[in-house]
Design a protein around this ligand. Structure first.
Ligand code: ZN
Length: 315
């Protein structure tokens, strides 16, 4: 990776060519960089990058000063080509590339600055095939410049670029979320059923249970009360399963009964009725001979009665 370089070149009256420099200073080489700062941190902000560049270009226009590069956290601007000689570092001009730095360089600013220096000075592939020498403006001239700029940080950044350690790290896949066991686990039984309380007791709330002291009583039940149990809720902290209703299971409410308080409800056995002895069908009574005779007599009597009644009525 690298950075774009903004190019805002100074006019010719603002720098020396190598030949001009050799003539003017009696020497010319590119041995490293001279570091400057724009001004006291209290007087400029990092966002003054363009203002500083304009100010320097104005000096170049008037033929009284220039610089190689302007660097801030935001960007890098080329003002005088590195092989030419800008005018910022007095005695350091003919041998070093002058770099004007924002006094507010942050990690990104130092990273950009390190990249730039490594592009210029690198034995293998730099513009100048040598390691950079480092100078502060104050090494050449009586000045507070470059103030708070850290040469240590600059060198460390250049080293990282040299070593290829600024390469973008491969994106690390986010760690798989570790599945956390819920506090309460609900189970629906295949064969729930009716239970009866074997003592006066409670419906307990395990929702926030972390230990036995946090088991809450929420509703009382009497010995003999009955309840339909559909499953269980297991609390991982007390490692116990409580019995729950279908409602608690469906709504995932961790409220349940202590298993010791419940017995499977057995309906009382109905009192057995005495068995009905089946009655043998009885044969019809054999026809009573006497009764038959009696009937005949009765018929005769009736006939006589009828006869007599007709006689007396004169029919
Ligand atoms: Zn300076």
């Amino acid at each position: 990776m690298g950075y774009p370089i903004e190019i805002r070149l100074a006019p010719k009256q603002g720098f020396h060519t190598p030949a001009e420099a050799k003539k003017h200073y009696g020497r010319y080489s590119r041995d490293g960089v001279t570091i400057h700062w724009w001004n006291l941190p209290s007087l400029v902000t990092d966002a003054d990058h363009d203002n500083i560049t304009n100010y320097i270009l104005g000096k170049a226009q008037r033929g009284i000063g220039s610089v190689g590069y302007v660097v801030s956290n935001k960007k890098i601007t080329l003002v005088v080509n590195a092989k030419n000689v800008s005018w910022a570092s007095q005695k350091g001009n003919p041998t070093t590339v002058a770099i004007e730095c924002s006094p507010h360089l942050n990690a990104e600013g130092y990273k950009k600055l390190g990249w730039l220096i490594n592009e210029l000075f690198n034995p293998t592939n730099g513009l100048f095939r040598k390691k950079p020498g480092y100078w502060k403006h104050s090494d050449w001239y009586e000045t507070a410049c470059p103030g708070t700029i850290s040469m240590t940080k600059i060198k460390a950044s250049v080293k990282r670029w040299e070593d290829g350690k600024w390469e973008e790290p491969k994106p690390v896949p986010p760690p798989k979320p570790v599945p956390t066991t819920p506090i309460n686990t609900f189970t629906l039984w295949k064969d729930g059923g009716e239970y009866v309380f074997n003592k006066d007791t409670w419906l307990y709330d395990l929702t926030a249970v972390r230990n036995w002291d946090t088991v809450k009583k929420i509703k009382s039940f009497k010995k003999g009360d009955r309840v339909i149990i559909a499953g269980g809720v297991h609390n991982k902290y007390i490692d116990r399963t409580y019995y729950i209703t279908r409602y608690s299971f469906d709504s995932k409410k961790a409220t349940g009964f202590h298993p010791n308080d419940l017995d499977v409800y057995v309906a009382p056995r109905p009192i057995p009725k005495p068995p009905v002895v089946p009655v043998e069908p009885t044969e019809p009574d054999p026809i009573d001979e006497n009764s038959d005779k009696l009937n005949k007599i009765l018929e005769i009597v009736q006939w006589i009665k009828n006869l007599l009644s007709r006689v007396f009525k004169g029919e």
